[in-house]
Design a protein. Structure first.
Ligand SMILES: [Zn+2]
Length: 308
C-alpha cells in the first residue's frame, strides 16, 4: 500500500499554486474544502489496484504525474463557467426540510425538476461512462478524463453530510453564524471550518499528519472492522442511495441539531462533530477506490449493475 503521507509529499506544490491562481474561486460554493476533496482522493489513491492506477495515470494530464488528488477540486473550479454551468446542481441534493430522509425519485433533480441532476445521479452517470473505458480508444463516447474527475469529486461531495441537506436553507448555506470568532455559515463549517480547526489544533497545520491518522484508523484503528462493509457494493444505485441517506442522517443528528442562525459554534460543537467529518472523508475515499478498482480492474465482469 502506498503511504498517504508519501503521496501528499510527492504532490508538486507549484501545481497547487498554479491551479489556485488560475481559476476564480467562488465564495460560499457548495463543496468539501480543497483539503476535504484532496484527502478523499489521496485515501482512494493509496488503495488503488495496479491496473486501476495505470488507467488513471493514462487519463490524467501528464503534469500531475498520476496524482488524482491534484485535480479533485477541478469540478468546483469550473462549475460556474458557461460550458459547465449544467454541472452546478450535481454537487448536492436538496431534501424536504426536516424530513431527514433521501428518496431518489423524490429528491434527485435540479431546481427546474430535471431528473437525475443531483450528486447521486451524477455518481451513477459518471461511473457508467467510465465503465466503457476498457472498450478501447477509438470509439469512446465520453470524455473519460472529465468523467474521472467528476466522479472523484462527487464521491467526496455525497459524503459531506450538509451536501444532502434541507431545501430552504440550501444545505445550511443560509444559516449564518460564528465559528469561534469569525463569521461563517453552517454549510461552510462542515465543508472546511472543522477540518481547518482540526489541522491547526492537532496536526500542526500539516494535512499529511491528519491523513496518517485517518489511514491508521482505516487499517488498524477504530474503523478497521468497518471498512470492508463500507466498500461492499453490488448494485451501485442502491449503494449511492445509502450513502446519501447516511449523509442526511448525520446532517440532521449532528449538523443541524441545536444550531440556529446567529449563534456561535465553538469547542463543544467542534469536539463532537470532528470524528464524523473524518469518518465521512475516510468513507468517501474507500468507496471511491472501490468504484475505480471495479471499473478499471481486471475483474470487470463482476462490475456493478448500472444503467448504460
Ligand atoms: Zn462539489
Amino acid at each position: 500500500m502506498v503511504r498517504l503521507g508519501d503521496l501528499l509529499v510527492s504532490l508538486p506544490f507549484g501545481l497547487f499554486l498554479l491551479l489556485s491562481g488560475a481559476f476564480i474561486t467562488i465564495p460560499g460554493a457548495n463543496a468539501w474544502s480543497k483539503e476535504g476533496h484532496e484527502m478523499t482522493c489521496l485515501i482512494a489513491q493509496a488503495f488503488l489496484k495496479p491496473e486501476a492506477s495505470e488507467a488513471i495515470s493514462h487519463l490524467l494530464p501528464p503534469n500531475v504525474k498520476g496524482n488524482l488528488s491534484a485535480l479533485c477540486t477541478w469540478p468546483d473550479q469550473i462549475r460556474h463557467w458557461y460550458k459547465y454551468r449544467w454541472t452546478s446542481p450535481l454537487h448536492f441534493i436538496d431534501t424536504p426540510d426536516d424530513a431527514c430522509t433521501f428518496d431518489y425519485s423524490r429528491d434527485c433533480h435540479d431546481p427546474k425538476g430535471v431528473k437525475d441532476m443531483c450528486v447521486a445521479g451524477a455518481i451513477k452517470n459518471f461511473t457508467s461512462q467510465l465503465s466503457h473505458y476498457k472498450e478501447g480508444t477509438s470509439d469512446r463516447r465520453y470524455n473519460m478524463t472529465e468523467a474521472l474527475l467528476f466522479l472523484s469529486h462527487f464521491m467526496g461531495d455525497v459524503h459531506q453530510p450538509m451536501h444532502v441537506g434541507f431545501t430552504t436553507d440550501e444545505g445550511g448555506n443560509t444559516i449564518n453564524l460564528r465559528w469561534f470568532k469569525h463569521k461563517s455559515n453552517l454549510h461552510h463549517v462542515w465543508d472546511r471550518e472543522i477540518i481547518l480547526t482540526a489541522l491547526s489544533d492537532y496536526y500542526d497545520k500539516d494535512v499529511s499528519l491528519l491523513l496518517q491518522d485517518i489511514e491508521r484508523n482505516i487499517t488498524d484503528g477504530m474503523w478497521a472492522d468497518d471498512d470492508t462493509s463500507w466498500e461492499h457494493c453490488n448494485d451501485l444505485s442502491h449503494c449511492v442511495n445509502n450513502w446519501a441517506k447516511e449523509s442526511i442522517q448525520v446532517a440532521c443528528k449532528w449538523g443541524y441539531e441545536g444550531v440556529q442562525s446567529g449563534m456561535t459554534l465553538s469547542d463543544e460543537y467542534f469536539d463532537s462533530r470532528m470524528p464524523f467529518v473524518m469518518k465521512r472523508i475516510a468513507q468517501g475515499g474507500i468507496r471511491l477506490v472501490m468504484i475505480l478498482n471495479q471499473v478499471f480492474g481486471d475483474d470487470h465482469e463482476e462490475g456493478f449493475a448500472t444503467a448504460t
